[in-house]
Write a protein that binds this ligand. Sequence first.
Ligand SMILES: [Zn+2]
Length: 229
Amino acid sequence: MRPRDLERVLELCPVAYAPLGTLEFHGWHLPLGFDALKAQAICERAAVKTGGVVLPPYYTGFGGGHGEYAGSIIFDEQAFSAQLRRLCGRLAEMGFRVIVLLTGHYPQEQVAAVKTVAREVEAAHPTVSVLGLAEPEAYPGEFRGDHAAKWETSLGMHLLPGLVDLKGMERHEDPLCGVCGADPRTEASAQLGRETADGILEVLVAQVGEALRGNRPRPPWYYHNLGEQ
Ligand SMILES: [Zn+2]
């Protein structure tokens, strides 16, 4: 986008989506940047429905326990939160009224940091809503999340089919290395990914709509223990 394009979006629909993820080993079958790419794909689909802009994905997440695996570059909380504060602060100054921080990387420490920054930015900019969300929160009764296993792989098969290489797992002595959750070779499917993505999109689009109308969204909220809302 050029500056005039941005001005136009601000006039029409002042919503900004920031997809958050990591560079992190995601089994042999998924790309290292999967969490950010997955969040980006969901944000793009949401933006088609709501309007607004999607920022480039952020690969600077932290936590989750795969930091020493091949290809992982995991940042720390301080760097992550400082970047998010700056990002949201500038978006608020530009005139965005709803900022969506959607994290596709969701160990509790990262989800907590996203929500903390969201609250801080809202306190500093009372006319701005910051929705700090993790993908699995769309399903309060069932944790549709894992690491490179059934759920993430299903989302990949639906959202980014060209980037999922299930057959490639068999070329390795330890095909399930780094997979935390149900075996994606037998449990994952594009259909499950479609249903799950549609559920996340429904919640996301509804929340953005509420926020644009000036209401505090009250979505399903999986991470109850984090004390949000
Ligand atoms: Zn992941």
